[in-house]
Design a protein around this ligand. Structure first.
Ligand SMILES: [Zn+2]
Length: 439
């Protein structure tokens, strides 16, 4: 089944060229797009599903470079029992209390909520980093099924770590091994400071066995570097390099805020990609990203805070004014670099038949020459009207076509309350409504 987008203004995502055209979009992982100036030249036109795109802009859909399904049910949750005073305490009292409470149903709800939010904000591909220490086995399959149901493509990993002991570390390694036998994915590691040498070596072996890469938090906070120096007598990137983790072009290092010059040199001269998550860094008060000397391989993520990649790019630009040598073009380049990462490594699900149709009424002229100004100051997720994933329309007129949104949201709200109740001992309150009703 193919789609026909008529009378569209197509914006080429690389050249920013504006083309007035009709577009035939083929379905499937290998489907492409074809431009036709004249509608009557299109063979079998009557068999195509036609979408009138008069006055609309069509361009390649977006991809999230670093997400966390596990955080989806945290919105509105009560404050932690102890007020975190630093980044490690934020992990201990918020995220590690939350991820330990996740069960299979909650993981499914988190994945559905994440996929829906991404799709509605224009992203059709999600690179996720998952943790659920008391429900490890099969967790990636649950997420993959939920993403498939909504219709978004994915590159998943399970966060391997020693923070919960040897047994959980082994289960994380097993989950990764099992998932990578049948799916595209990565070898997830939490961060250098929670992974000992033995587990790190096993993860590196898994990476090589499956010809994959690692997906790890690197120098998000100074503590990661400090702990590495005290325990291993070297900086984090140097340590990861000794395990061969910089050798794969599939490897993703998230954050990279506190690297010294030698680490930057190592990273720049490796094949590894860096993911910037600027709003999460602001939220955790861990410092500011600066791409200087990190090389060209930088793309953007949301780190589980939200699912809106245009917002991430705009934040990268605005915050970067004081901390990074960034301009409109570089913010857009980082926003789009994820497509090169996915294509270069042969991951499927991000072909040319992944598109967004933007309903963007602007009071000023909009053209190839000033696209970047509109991208930073005008465009938003609210302009995403239709989303086409692998040639299939998954969002039409801002509504998901693949799942019943009301039913899914009822399920996710139910699961969020279950999660918060389960975390009762870790939170002061668990959302205003529940606080009032708490027995
Ligand atoms: Zn993260």
């Amino acid at each position: 089944m193919a789609l026909l987008l008529t009378n569209a203004t197509f914006i080429h995502w690389e050249t920013l060229e504006f083309i007035n055209t009709n577009i035939v979009v083929d379905e499937g992982l290998k489907g492409g797009i074809n431009f036709h100036q004249n509608l009557f030249d299109i063979p079998n036109r009557k068999n195509l599903t036609t979408i009138d795109c008069t006055g609309k802009y069509v361009t390649k859909s977006f991809a999230v470079g670093h997400h966390h399904v596990y955080s989806a049910l945290a919105r509105g949750m009560g404050a932690p029992a102890k007020n975190p005073e630093n980044f490690v305490e934020i992990l201990q009292y918020v995220w590690w209390a939350l991820d330990k409470s996740l069960d299979r149903e909650m993981i499914e709800a988190s994945a559905l909520a994440t996929a829906m939010a991404c799709a509605k904000a224009g992203s059709t591909f999600i690179i996720d980093h998952h943790a659920s220490p008391n429900s490890i086995t099969g967790s990636l399959e649950i997420i993959a099924k939920a993403f498939d149901k909504v219709g978004v493509s994915h590159l998943l990993c399970y966060e391997i770590t020693d923070r919960d002991g040897e047994e959980k570390a082994l289960l994380g390694l097993e989950e990764t091994d099992e998932y990578l036998k049948h799916n595209q994915g990565l070898v997830g590691l939490h961060a250098s400071f929670t992974v000992g040498d033995e587990t790190m070596k096993k993860a590196a072996d898994l990476m090589r066995k499956h010809n994959s890469g690692v997906h790890i938090h690197v120098a998000e906070d100074k503590e990661d570097e400090q702990s590495c120096l005290e325990t291993h007598y070297k900086w984090v990137v140097d340590r990861l390099n000794e395990f061969g983790l910089l050798d794969s072009p599939k490897s993703i290092f998230a954050h990279c805020l506190h690297l010294d010059d030698y680490e930057k040199h190592q990273l720049r001269n490796s094949k590894t990609w860096v993911v910037e998550n600027i709003e999460s860094n602001l939220n955790n008060n861990v410092g500011y990203f600066n791409g200087k000397d990190l090389g060209e391989r930088i793309f953007l993520g949301t780190d589980g805070m939200h699912s809106d990649m245009i917002r991430s790019a705009q934040a990268a630009f605005f915050v970067g004014q004081g901390h990074d040598n960034i301009d409109f073009a570089l913010a857009y380049k980082r926003f789009r670099n994820v497509h090169y990462y996915l294509a270069q490594n042969g991951f499927s699900g991000d072909g040319e038949n992944n598109l967004v149709v933007l309903d963007y009424d602007t009071p000023t002229d909009f053209n190839a020459g000033n696209f970047l100004g509109h991208f930073i100051f005008g465009l938003g997720a609210n302009h995403v009207q239709h989303v086409i994933s692998n040639g299939k329309m998954i969002v039409k007129n801002r509504e998901l076509q693949t799942v019943n949104e009301d039913e899914v949201l009822e399920f996710t709200r139910e699961q969020s309350l279950r999660l918060w109740r389960k975390m009762k001992g870790s939170l002061i309150g668990i959302g205003s409504f529940v606080v009032i009703c708490w027995p």
